[in-house]
Design a protein around this ligand. Structure first.
Ligand SMILES: Cc1ncc(C[n+]2csc(CCOP(=O)(O)OP(=O)(O)O)c2C)c(N)n1
Ligand SMILES: [Mg+2]
Length: 808
């Protein structure tokens, strides 16, 4: 044993000192036991609450308490956790998850004061601290124990650990960052990760470990190994024992090329304390990452409230779990070391049983009472109506039904309202207006409860590019590196990284020369690891930096789409504005060559990434305008540069640093009175050429570049155009029914442009398959100039067959 237990209050020394610098007193040991018991009690009561119907689902940290108590001892203010649903004891130990909050989340209390992690939006055991004040400004993260917001997909907490860890390195290495003192004190912060054994079978686990091994930084990753992933044991999850598998990542002596790896039993208190102490201190001081494989853990109540582990664990395993339960083991150890008597521990257990139950009861009351108050308000209104309306008898049954509910949900009240308002459909009683007003205010409140904070609505004021006679025509990529140079110069927090982005300056030279100028911490190469490029960006952004993360081609965004969709895009919404990660994802796409360098799966992207801005600039000047806008907005966004645009000539604006392209504002690039043609990205250029050709045939096309798919035309500019042309064609390179169908719905349904249409609204997209190779493959896969021309001509033929006779 590494630690010295010192006696207090005249108790006898239980264990002799072995080292001088590590001390733990008996009081602290008993406090640890108390916390373990408290957390266990919460798990037991939590499960009961779900089974009795007070909560919908429950997943708990029983069996994993002791290791988390050890981990919490080395966690300091300013540190970050990125973990999963087993970590309640840790969160309680660092003081960031009270029992009231535990129950509030179990009940889905939507009051952010009571349930600060997700305001009732996520199921229980999804932990998060609030990094932002209610006005959206950053708190001083060095003064709180931070937890990134948990998500359910297994191992999905890993990619962001790359950034959470690497941020400490950047804060230590880059002197210019010292002034951002709310985020770091010289990079001393450790990122603590947790993951279950079975989740280590996920690809992103290994990708993340490899990335952190390469980057090096203060990570302490705990693997809670209970030998199962729901019903499936380790032998079906992993080739060998995890410690054996991970041994290849072991750091070579004297080199910075891997991890310190520890293996420790989850019921062995002193060994746990020693392992965490050493790992955290090496991480904090020397930025050496560590993995702590915590073995012999149990699940006293099985995986979750969805089932019971007796169904799939053999009897011997269940017996073993009872014997090796960390509470039992810790208790036995305390008694055997004469730190406390069994009766003293019994007393702790009884006290905690009573106090957890009391907190449960008051949390339930705090959850139910506001809903009951809303029901009373609603019933008062319908009572008033009942006095003067027909169908009053219906109301007493509506009221009785509400009053009979043992557990009241807000949907019960809304359903009652819907029955009442239906019953009142022929009634003109004046008090009906009170009911309608109540409903309007409820709609607003419920919008805030369940749907707020998806993404901010702040507007950017346009700053147009300015040119003069001397403005040179240069390649698109030269516009970019000039723009990025200005961005890197003005904001020390901006770091850019991606495959081939550092030394080479990206495969299209958009960062050419900038690593030389700003150093390899600001402009850096990464491995080929898209999911963790995004994770790196998320982690850095959570810690106050402004990453520009490059995915080399839009087609390869699919590798990262899970992390983008589940983690980044939902972050602000799932924390109700408690956290933000203003990541800028840079990629290039649309037509170039072949199946995997011409993709434009924009429908998939916009549907999976609600919660991000999706921007599709037609050229590189617009692109820099968007980078500038996103940096001002401080919100996450994806910018898809036009692949074919890097070597096209563009005029260099005089005010590249200042230009801003507002989001949600399409640009009318050519006016016309016959057809509105709506498109974006690489097709803008082709659409304009098609419009010129059609003009020769007496067809005037209004070409609109939507510029941003999310948000989409917030001022209904497209509808205004249709008001003049009465015809519309939506054009892109996505599959049929992809982003063209989205644009169609936005304009025809939401903007109500159908009112102005004289003809069926049309779409023209690529084929349903991927783009085939070669010039001909491209011609028959993607909309080309002639396709656009003929499509529009056909629309005009239908309208005016005499003027535009059928061509074929
Ligand atoms: C991507 C994904 N696949 C499946 C699931 C369903 N699921 C939830 S937990 C779990 C088992 C995880 O086991 P392990 O990592 O060992 O953690 P433990 O629950 O044992 O602590 C599974 C399969 C999920 N949440 N995410
Ligand atoms: Mg497990």
């Amino acid at each position: 044993m590494q630690l010295q237990i010192i006696s207090i209050k005249g108790r006898k020394l239980a264990e002799k000192a072995q080292t001088k610098d590590s001390k733990i007193n008996i009081e602290e040991i008993l406090e640890d036991y108390r916390l373990l018991v408290r957390s266990r009690q919460a798990s037991l009561i939590g499960r009961r609450e779900v089974l009795s119907g007070n909560g919908k689902f429950g997943i708990f940290g029983d069996g994993k308490e002791l290791a988390q108590i050890a981990m919490a001892k080395v966690f300091m203010k300013g540190d970050f956790r990125s973990g999963y649903y087993r970590d309640q004891t840790f969160m309680m130990a660092i003081g960031e998850h009270t029992l009231s909050q535990f129950f509030a989340q179990l009940y889905s209390n939507t009051d952010v004061e009571k349930e600060p992690a997700t305001a009732g939006r996520a199921m229980n055991a999804h932990f998060a601290t609030r990094s932002l004040n209610s006005d959206g400004s950053w708190k001083d993260l060095t003064k709180i124990g931070n937890s990134a917001s948990d998500i359910s997909p297994t191992a999905a907490q890993m990619p962001r650990l790359v950034g959470l860890t690497y941020a400490s390195r950047l804060y230590r290495e880059l002197d210019d960052l010292a002034k951002f003192s709310k985020f770091s004190k010289n990079g001393n912060e450790v990122a603590f990760g947790t993951i279950g054994n079975a989740s280590c079978a996920e690809g992103i686990f290994w990708e993340s470990i490899n990335a952190i091994g390469v980057l090096q930084g203060p990570l302490v990753l705990s693997i809670w190994d209970d030998e199962y992933g729901i019903s499936v044991p380790n032998e079906f999850q992993l080739t060998k024992d995890l410690s054996q598998l991970l041994s290849g990542f072991q750091r070579d002596k004297g080199k910075n090329n891997g991890f310190d790896i520890y293996s420790v039993k989850g019921w062995d208190y002193l060994s746990l304390l020693a392992a965490y102490k050493k790992a955290a201190s090496n991480a904090r001081q020397s930025h050496i990452p560590a993995i702590i494989h915590v073995t012999e853990l149990t699940q006293p109540q099985g995986h979750s409230t969805s089932g019971s582990h007796e169904r799939y664990k053999p009897a011997e395993r269940l017996d073993w779990e009872e014997e090796y339960d960390c509470q039992i083991k810790f208790r036995d150890w305390i008694i055997s070391q004469k730190i406390a008597k069994g009766s003293e521990l019994d007393a702790i257990e009884n006290e905690e049983k009573i106090s957890v139950e009391a907190i449960r009861a008051s949390s339930w009351e705090e959850f139910q009472e506001p809903i009951r108050a809303e029901a009373r308000e609603f019933m008062d209104i319908i009572e008033e109506i009942a006095m003067g309306a027909n169908g009053a008898e219906n109301f007493s049954s509506i009221k009785d039904q509400l009053l009979s509910k043992k557990i009241l949900h807000r949907q019960d009240i809304m359903q009652a309202y819907r029955r009442a308002i239906l019953a009142l459909r022929y009634s003109q009683v004046p008090a009906k207006e009170n009911l309608l007003a109540w409903k309007r205010s409820q709609d607003e409140i419920n919008l805030d409860r369940f749907s707020s904070h998806l993404i901010g609505g702040k507007e950017i004021t346009a700053v147009l590019p300015e040119f003069d006679d001397d403005s040179p025509l240069i390649n698109g990529f030269e516009i970019l590196f000039r723009g990025f140079d200005l961005i890197l110069a003005r904001d020390n927090r901006v770091v850019a990284f991606g495959e081939d982005l550092g030394y080479l300056g990206d495969v299209n030279q958009g960062f050419a020369g900038l690593q030389d100028k700003y150093g390899d911490f600001r402009v850096s190469d990464t491995g080929i690891r898209e999911a963790t490029i995004i994770g790196q960006a998320i982690g850095l952004a959570l810690r106050g930096l402004r990453p520009i993360a490059e995915i080399q081609y839009l087609d390869y965004l699919l590798y990262a789409i899970q992390t983008l969709s589940d983690d980044l895009a939902t972050l602000s919404w799932r924390t109700k504005g408690g956290q933000k990660a203003p990541v800028i994802v840079r990629t290039r796409g649309h037509r170039l060559e072949g199946i995997w360098h011409s993709g434009s799966p924009m429908g998939a992207v916009i549907h999976l990434l609600r919660g991000m801005h999706i921007l599709v600039p037609r050229n590189m000047v617009q692109a820099i305008g968007f980078y500038n806008s996103l940096l001002d907005l401080d919100e996450p966004g994806l910018i898809v540069e036009v692949l074919s645009g890097y070597r096209l000539k563009e005029q260099l604006p005089k005010n590249l640093a200042e230009i801003r392209v507002p989001l949600g504002v399409p640009e009318i690039l050519r006016s016309g009175s016959d057809v509105t043609l709506v498109t974006y990205g690489a097709l803008v250029k082709i659409a304009l050429e098609a419009a010129d050709t059609l003009s020769e045939l007496d067809i005037e096309v209004e070409v609109i570049d939507v510029q941003t798919l999310l948000p989409f035309d917030t001022h209904a500019i497209i509808k205004d155009s249709i008001q003049n042309t009465n015809r519309v064609l939506f054009l892109d390179e996505d599959v049929p029914g992809g982003a063209t169908a989205y644009m169609l719905q936005e304009v025809i349904e939401k903007q109500e442009a159908f009112r102005w249409l004289d003809a069926v609204p049309q779409t023209l997209s690529a084929k349903a398959h991927r783009p085939a190779y070669g010039s001909d493959g491209n011609y028959w896969s993607k909309p080309n100039l002639e396709d656009i021309m003929y499509k529009i001509y056909e629309m005009m033929h239908e309208a005016k067959p005499d003027a535009y006779p059928q061509i074929f």
